[in-house]
Design a protein around this ligand. Structure first.
Ligand code: SF4
Ligand code: SF4
Length: 407
């Protein structure tokens, strides 16, 4: 149910492709020759994608979506490293009761408060009033939900630092062990449903809270410094939590995106919303040569090479499949194609079909920057970005943060 992909490919085609020879690893020329051979066998002509060299786009080609994604991931990791460091020094200022004005509080830290964001979203939607405390948590959550509505679960593979770490771990594991482990389907499906159960539990608790209860919670000492409590969780981490994180990281080395695929409730929510996204990975069977490279490149193991479009909630719009495809206009992150019939795989017609429908890596990066940056700038301009809590309150609460329990 969760892996809802459109099955346009038939079983016979699937079997034919699984018996396809592995794409060449001997030499790059052999890879080129193999692609032509595969195309011929399927009675197709391989029109190579502009810029493709030896079956793939080089990393330094500006059309390579993976390069754009990596750049965005690195920028987001650096932003989060700055936020963590600046927030730590801000907390220390109050903990040590230092004299003078406190350092600047990086409001972006609220992006790490998804539950507060969800509670405030419910509060804002039911009362029509902007929440006083932790408004940025809600605004950032709204920005990320919007990215899912427009660009599939791109938050996970483009922005989320946990997703970036997860990807780095499994790619390292694959390099070291020369392979990744994939749980069999009978285990994979129930494991994947765990994140939906966690999501449902969070949604249930938040939805059951009345707006007045949410407002009262945010004004409690615990609610006011929920961000400090979150930082302290990592600063004074217990042995059980440490072991749990270590186990998750080890599992992520051998099983691609273990946390994201099976346990992350945030990703589950984004994934469900992403089903409504008009942009999807779309394959054009007229241009496709059935080489299967896209499916091999997909970390979510989606049948990209068989289906016309990928509707799955597991698709993170990472565009690894697009980058790996050697054929012009065969695979893209795109809006639905224009209804143009391409007789005998006419290349010009195929190009027309996808004109102004495709999203490049650069466009995805720009759209993400526009959505997230636009919401932050809007919040800043309207005075909803900076915390309204006075410094004196922080001076009182932060030194005793460890003693404050959940109300
Ligand atoms: S490789 Fe393609 S189909 Fe697979 S998750 Fe990434 S974008 Fe989606
Ligand atoms: S869409 Fe997939 S199967 Fe078709 S040519 Fe591209 S990589 Fe090969």
């Amino acid at each position: 149910m969760i892996e809802a992909t459109l099955a346009h490919g038939d079983e016979a085609k699937k079997q034919k492709m699984t018996s396809e020879p592995e794409v060449g690893t001997d030499t790059k020329d052999r890879e080129d020759a193999l692609l032509d051979e595969i195309a011929m066998r399927h009675k197709k002509v391989l029109i190579r994608r502009t810029g493709v060299i030896h079956g793939t786009l080089p990393w330094h080609d500006f059309r390579n979506a993976t390069t754009w994604r990596r750049a965005v991931q690195i920028i987001f990791v650096l932003i989060n490293a700055y936020i963590a460091t600046a927030f730590y020094f801000w907390v220390r200022h109050f903990e040590t009761n230092a004299a003078g004005a406190p350092p600047i509080r990086p409001e972006g830290v609220e992006g790490w408060l998804p539950i507060a964001g969800l509670m405030n979203l419910k509060y804002a939607l039911t009362t029509g009033v902007m929440p006083e405390v932790h408004a940025p948590a809600m605004l950032l959550l709204a920005a990320f939900l919007l990215t899912a509505l427009l660009l599939k679960k791109s938050f996970c593979s483009w922005l989320c630092p946990v997703g970036t770490l997860s990807e780095a771990l499994w790619r390292t594991g694959k390099r070291v062990f020369k392979r990744s482990l994939y749980p069999p389907r009978w285990l994979d499906i129930p494991l994947r449903s765990l994140k939906y159960l966690l999501m449902a539990a969070f949604l249930y608790v938040v939805m059951a809270m009345p707006a007045a209860g949410i407002e009262a919670f945010m004004m409690t000492p615990y609610g006011l410094i929920a961000d400090v409590k979150m930082l302290n969780f990592f600063r004074f981490i217990g042995i059980t939590a440490l072991i749990t994180i270590a186990v998750l990281m080890l599992l992520s080395v051998v099983i691609p995106n273990f946390w994201c695929r099976y346990l992350c409730p945030y990703g589950a929510l984004l994934g469900l919303l992403s089903l409504l996204s008009p942009t999807k990975i779309r394959r054009d069977p007229d241009a496709c040569i059935d080489c299967g490279k896209c499916a091999k490149a997909c970390p979510a193991r989606l049948p990209v090479d068989v289906n016309r479009q990928i509707r799955s909630a597991e698709c993170t719009a990472c565009m690894s499949c697009v980058t790996s495809c050697p054929a012009q206009d065969a695979l893209q992150l795109a809006l639905p194609p224009k209804k143009i019939v391409a007789a005998n795989g006419d290349t010009a017609q195929i190009v027309q079909r996808w004109r102004r429908r495709k999203l490049s890596g650069a466009m995805v990066a720009a759209m993400l920057a526009l959505i997230v940056g636009g919401i932050i700038i809007g919040a800043y301009a309207t005075g909803h970005w900076q915390t309204p809590v006075p410094d004196q309150v922080y001076r009182q609460l932060i030194p005793k943060a460890q003693m404050l329990g959940h109300p």
